[in-house]
Ligand binder design. Structure first.
Ligand code: MRU
Length: 348
């Protein structure tokens, strides 16, 4: 039986409670919001991050906006919600779960009749989305665990664990399920510069939950693969296109390239809510973040004043580098243009 040890986000008595991930790994602190602007700032400032987690944060944020609205007619109420939805959606552009979560809640509002019933229905739906996230991750984990063998050493990049979801995780959910199935599994986590989701979050989470995990600098990916210290890779995703192009934390592309060079299978784990079946690669906006994430580590300056910085938060891994995409509906194998639509069919 899986043990859920960290719950990233929760709705409690009309308050959104979340772990402040900027304080990890030193302090496990929970923050509370009763104002949707607070949730929007939390998403923007990475207090909560990870595609599925920000999808749920967006859904809960819109529920707070509903509670904050004094409008009594449905038309005015929907106007208030549209404004909040835009604010929440504009916080981070790449992960598709955010707009997905907001849209799910907005549909409930639009389909409702009177404002007070709509508010309750929105909250019920957002809580369902949050609880479903855990179940989906566990199902995805089971499917994914079949791809892993006893004594595998698996590399992961960024944090696609409990902390990137409501609980259990996507890529780390697969690792958890593999261990729960009785197989020995070791993990190598990249530190994931510039803001170190790998060392601050993945290493924290896996150590907290008793996994055998080693941390490497991002620059040691080639070394560990060339020296056969790792035999599989599993990462999460922020957006997957119908063609199998995967958008994930910056650095994922180079991990995939080096894995290909060394014949190491490279898997992606993502729920169907991370799939964007409409966009083409040229449509996807890659979030560019502040240069200070690169010019300093914590508060310490590590680059000259005034230096130009290029700081994309995500990159795109093309389908030819990917061995399989693990979802709650099964594992899509290449060619993805054929296998991905079949997963959606199977999930209907
Ligand atoms: O910028 P972040 O920390 O929100 O990055 C998103 C991610 O957590 C990762 O890209 C992750 O691998 C996919 S989300 C499960």
């Amino acid at each position: 039986m899986a043990v859920i040890t960290l719950r990233t986000i929760e709705w409690k008595n009309n308050i959104v409670v979340m772990i402040d991930q900027t304080k990890l790994p030193n302090d496990l602190v929970f923050v509370e919001y009763s104002d949707y602007m607070g949730v929007a700032n939390a998403i923007k400032n990475l207090i909560i991050r990870g595609a599925p987690a920000i999808g749920v944060a967006g859904a809960f944020g819109l529920c707070l906006a509903a509670l904050q609205s004094n409008s009594t007619t449905k038309e005015e109420f929907i106007e208030d919600l549209e404004k909040a939805k835009k604010t929440l959606n504009d916080t981070r552009p790449t992960a598709v779960n955010l707009s997905w979560g907001l849209e799910q809640i907005m549909q409930i509002a639009k389909n409702g009749v009177n404002v007070s019933d709509i508010k309750n229905a929105m909250i019920t739906k957002a809580k369902q989305i949050a609880d479903a996230d855990i179940k989906i991750n566990m199902t995805m984990g089971k499917h994914g665990s079949e791809l892993f063998s006893n004594n595998d050493t698996v590399m992961t990049h960024c944090n696609a664990g409990s902390l990137a979801t409501v609980a259990y995780g996507t890529a780390l959910g697969v690792i958890r399920a593999t261990k729960e199935s009785g197989k020995n599994i070791k993990v190598i986590a990249t530190e994931t510069r510039p803001i170190q989701q790998g060392s601050r979050l993945t290493a924290f989470e896996l150590k907290h939950d008793g996994f055998d995990v080693s941390l490497i600098p991002d620059t040691a990916v080639g070394y560990t693969m060339a020296n056969k210290l790792v035999n599989k890779v599993v990462v999460g995703a922020d957006r997957v296109l119908r063609t199998g192009h995967v958008y994930n934390k910056i650095g994922t592309y180079q991990v995939a390239l080096i894995a290909k060079q060394h014949g190491i299978p490279f898997y992606v784990a993502a729920p169907l809510s991370t799939f964007d079946m409409k966009s083409n690669p040229q449509d996807v906006i890659i979030e560019q973040r502040s240069g200070t994430e690169v010019t300093q580590i914590g508060d310490k300056k590590t680059a000259p004043d005034g230096i130009n910085v290029i700081n994309p938060a995500f990159d795109m891994t093309p389908p030819e580098l990917i061995s399989g995409i693990i979802t709650e509906a099964g594992v899509a194998k290449p060619p993805f243009v054929e296998s991905i639509p079949k997963l959606f069919e199977a999930n209907k």
